[in-house]
Design a protein around this ligand. Structure first.
Ligand SMILES: Cc1cc2nc3c(=O)[nH]c(=O)nc-3n(C[C@H](O)[C@H](O)[C@H](O)COP(=O)(O)O)c2cc1C
Length: 402
């Protein structure tokens, strides 16, 4: 099958532009052997390359290209299949956009093509090419420094694990902070019950077991609040996870939460209830009613795992939470993926219009964090800053320029 990969990247500082001719000659020879064709555009700073050919060979050449230190900030834009090559001439031609007049440069690139349709059919690959040549997306190129630009320094000591003296707490909770790294501030502490039932587990249970799970889900929050008091979180915001149907199925659930919050010397305004996107959509009217009660009591609402379920933007049209947490599967390697970047930017734009705070969950790599900061995200959760700790508050590793 004929496959296509398109990426863009940034020429490394120490690479002379003159050396690119030699690079192209070698690439040309190598590609010819594998029947990989395409075009390599260069605008003086950025590369844009179309690679076409048998899937296995395109992938193996692309993997080599990804490791090449002569460029960086490589972002994959498209991985697709096509009936015919757009650039079918053997090898790989280097095309320097600067050597052409602005008004004719796109046509000059297209003239290198072997596809008879050129831009007449809505071919995504050629649309990407046009966007690069016309530089209409340049404001979305975030040039992030390499991972070692930042050190992550743990300054405060973690609060001791209090599990030993918490025999009255039946449920174990891990605590993981949500941080604003540039402000060096813990925005909230998330208490997550160990071994809490997942959506997948719940789906396979009988109605009676459902009721028990919702009841247990609610009651476990008593222990989360008690632990929070023991850990002396004081005015710190505390995030807890609830199955949204718990709020619907357990009578007086919100009253229970409010009385437990009060019993532990906490206030509703410091509590954030995180619900997963998936369950909210299955019974929206009832969940909405319960959420109104939460909000009326002063408790904030966050949508967890945003983007991983199927509700997505329709959910935001029905009601607006205070925060959304973008799912870790979207955050992972966001600095290298054009589709993920487009999704995150759309979420940021939408949430900004609705004054909803965006949190990036599951951040593990400095590059993910740097890209997200550049895109406008300020709140982060993930092992890069602090791993979840059982019955204790972990220390935070704050970024410092190395
Ligand atoms: C922008 C850019 C585009 C490249 N394009 C190709 C290419 O199309 N084909 C190729 O074989 N090598 C290409 N290379 C070079 C590869 O990254 C790598 O150096 C080459 O495959 C030799 O790998 P090896 O030294 O591991 O054998 C490119 C490098 C850069 C920086």
């Amino acid at each position: 099958m004929l496959s296509t990969i398109i990426y863009r990247s940034h020429l490394s500082d120490d690479v002379p532009v003159k050396s690119l001719e030699e690079l192209a000659v070698k690439a040309n020879k190598n590609n010819e052997m594998y029947e990989v064709t395409g075009i390599l555009l260069f605008n003086g700073t950025h590369f844009f390359q179309v690679l076409e050919g048998p899937e296995k060979d395109v992938l193996s050449i692309y993997e080599g290209i990804c490791q090449d230190p002569r460029h960086h900030n490589l972002v994959e834009l498209l991985r697709d299949y096509a009936p015919a090559r757009r650039f079918g001439n053997a090898g790989m031609e280097l095309f320097d956009l600067r050597e052409h007049e602005k008004s004719t440069v796109l046509q000059a690139v297209l003239d290198k093509g072997t596809s008879k349709y050129q831009l007449t059919y809505d071919d995504r690959a050629l649309q990407f090419l046009r966007t690069f040549v016309e530089a209409t997306e340049k404001e979305n190129y975030f040039e992030i420094p390499s991972a070692d630009y930042w050190d992550f320094i743990t300054t405060e000591t973690a609060q001791d694990d209090i599990s030993a003296d918490s025999s009255d707490t039946a449920a174990g909770f891990t605590f993981q902070p949500i941080v604003d790294p540039f402000a060096c501030q813990v925005v909230s502490l998330e208490a997550l019950m160990v071994n809490s039932p997942t959506d997948a587990v719940i789906e396979s249970l009988s109605q009676q077991s459902h009721d028990e799970i919702y009841e247990a889900d609610l009651k476990s929050k008593k222990h989360a609040f008690a632990l929070a008091r023991k850990l002396e979180i004081e005015g710190q915001s505390l995030s807890i996870n609830l199955l949204p149907m718990t709020l619907v199925m357990v009578p007086n659930a919100v009253d229970f939460l409010l009385s437990e919050i009060k019993a532990q010397g906490l206030i509703p305004e410091q509590i954030v209830v995180e619900v997963t996107e998936k369950e909210v959509v299955s019974r929206p009217e009832e969940v909405e009613k319960a959420i109104r009660q939460l909000k009326a009591a002063g408790i904030s609402l966050a949508i967890n795992n945003f983007g991983a379920g199927f509700a997505g933007l329709l959910l935001l049209a029905r009601f607006q939470p205070d925060k959304i947490k973008i799912d870790r599967s979207i955050i992972q390697d966001v600095h290298k993926s054009g589709p993920k970047q487009a999704i995150v930017q759309a979420i940021i734009k939408c949430c900004s219009s609705l004054e909803i705070t965006v949190i990036a969950a599951g951040v593990e790599k400095p590059e993910e964090w740097m890209w997200l900061e550049a895109a406008g995200v300020c709140n982060f959760q993930g092992n890069l800053f602090a791993k979840p700790k059982l019955n204790a508050i972990p220390a935070v590793a704050w970024p410092e320029k190395s």
